[in-house]
Ligand binder design. Sequence first.
Ligand SMILES: [Ca+2]
Ligand SMILES: [Ca+2]
Ligand SMILES: [Ca+2]
Ligand SMILES: [Ca+2]
Length: 345
Amino acid sequence: MKKLQLITMLILCALAISMAKVTLAAFPGTNGMIAFISDRDDDHNIYVMNPDGSGVRRLTTDPADDNHPSWSADGSKIVFTSKRDGNEEIYVMNADGSGQTRLTNDAGRDHMASWSPDGTKIVFCSMRYDSYWQIYVMDADGSNVQRLTDTDSTDEAQPRWSPDGSKIVFASNRDLNEYQIYVMDYDGQNPLRLTSTNLEDFQPDWSPNGSKIVFSREVVSDYFDLFVMDADGTNETPLTNTEAENEYRPAWSPDGTAITFCYYIAEDGENGVVAVINADGSGWTDLTSGAADDWNSNWGTYTAHAVGGEIISIDILQLLTPYLITVFAAAGAIGAGLGYLRRKY
Ligand SMILES: [Ca+2]
Ligand SMILES: [Ca+2]
Ligand SMILES: [Ca+2]
Ligand SMILES: [Ca+2]
């Protein structure tokens, strides 16, 4: 009887451990597709491509502007902004473009959404209160909207959830005239300013292990480079240093080795290029070319594959879960057996 209880306990432990790992699966992972915006088919639409720029596929077809794609941690869904229903609202779709569903319904502008790592919440910014951006969070089905920031006459924008779910990084001009980078707890508490320049620091994104933040900085009036800093705001280091190009909207690769971003030749806001650079600043490579405006790229994990029109999510931990349980259970049974033998003999 004791042996049975022990085995049951070990199986439950193994199950708890493996389930916990699956639940905590966050933005880190193997590099998958890059989503981006382009006007190559006239209106702004969301496209995906392989990390080398090949295999471009269009996901949205509505003639209204579609913008700001952001992958869920498991790579199965993309949250985005669209004006298809009159004003900017937040929408979600599967990684193959199917199942496009509206999540917000408010006369104010809603945009720049980002998933919580467990996929249950979405943070976004909205002008539903007045003509200033404030940050809100909602359940992944659009319900239970809660306001996280409450400032007077300043913009709180561009929120990105940290890979461990505890923090949100964002840009705000609450203290200085231009946007600076801030972090706050996931519930809006303890906002902390990380940068202090007189020019814009904005469009932040986390490294997949949460230790660093990449952002775009206006180094000289109207000239932008990318910078990386530790998550506490120390060790600011330039990632790019170019005068001809203005670099914006950096987004880290799931494996942490690279960063995708878009750039414009200074003075030209019409012909965006989506590019990639190694996390140490080497190996700048253009992924798109041509006169179309390509921008706002975001890198997903390699877990979503369209097979026969259906998304099959391949999560290594999910795949391993039954085997882990078997191994843990077998180890438990062997351990219990040995203990039984030891007691008996
Ligand atoms: Ca469109
Ligand atoms: Ca709206
Ligand atoms: Ca530059
Ligand atoms: Ca272009």
